[in-house]
Design a protein around this ligand. Sequence first.
Ligand code: GUN
Length: 297
Amino acid sequence: MTTIIDGNSVAEEIQAGVEDCVETLSAADETPGLATVLMSDDGASATYVSMKQRTCEELGINSFHHEIDPEAPAEELFSKIDELNDDPDVHGILVQMPVPDHVDKRTVLNRIDPMKDVDGFHPENVGRLVAGNARYKPCTPHGVQKILDAYDIETEGADAVVVGRSDIVGKPMANLLIQRDDGGNATTTVCHSRTKDLAAKTRNADLVVVAAGVPEMVDGDMIGEGATVIDVGINRVDADTEKGYELIGDVDFESAKQKAGAITPVPGGVGPLTIAMLMYNTAKAASLQSGVEIDLP
Ligand code: GUN
């Protein structure tokens, strides 16, 4: 029997724990605040940002949303970041990626105060993660660790394959999996667009995490019997639905399910965890900045 992983229930449990932390912080007059900044016309990005704001409201986190015209000069975004860095009500800052081509992504990531960098993308936070002393673990790979933990899927000694080498998911996922820590200690291979014979690598893995941004690129033929398959992909493809599209993952769920021991669906797998871990990092940011101690889930 294949276990179909229920990301919504894992996320709900974490959010319940974060809500308790928010109560503790609010009782000490330190209600966590998250600022989201959107500089994009992309419908999917706008949807993700509004889901983040909605979850903030559900958990009692203050949310501050800022939109910048995608045609505006980069300086407009940089000065908004400076303003949020200086605002004591804002504990976390999230600039939704991608930003327009004329805005240098590295400058954006460097400009955010590393204490407020709840994405964990600032070079100081990336360095800390690699060094095994993470401040804010990037939300999606941290969420994958939480899923594995909730389903008692052991990473220690496992052969793990990460498909994709993005700064947001692939690289931090691999870094978490190799740490000498809970949810780590895996023998980890990172595959990408130049990898030779990808199927040979994934087929031999106990754990396959796919974050390539290519719809259904991993199918059942590429999965070993009983492996855990974590699908990070969320791809909008045209479909005859009310919205005119449907969401599919980077894994061909139907065929991969025939081989996997456990598998995440899309939607309802990793997606809800990304938001839950952003709430977690925002509560952590408020705690670190205020000195009020909390007991994170
Ligand atoms: N774009 C896609 N995923 C993310 C994320 O986790 N954080 C930010 N800031 N942008 C994203």
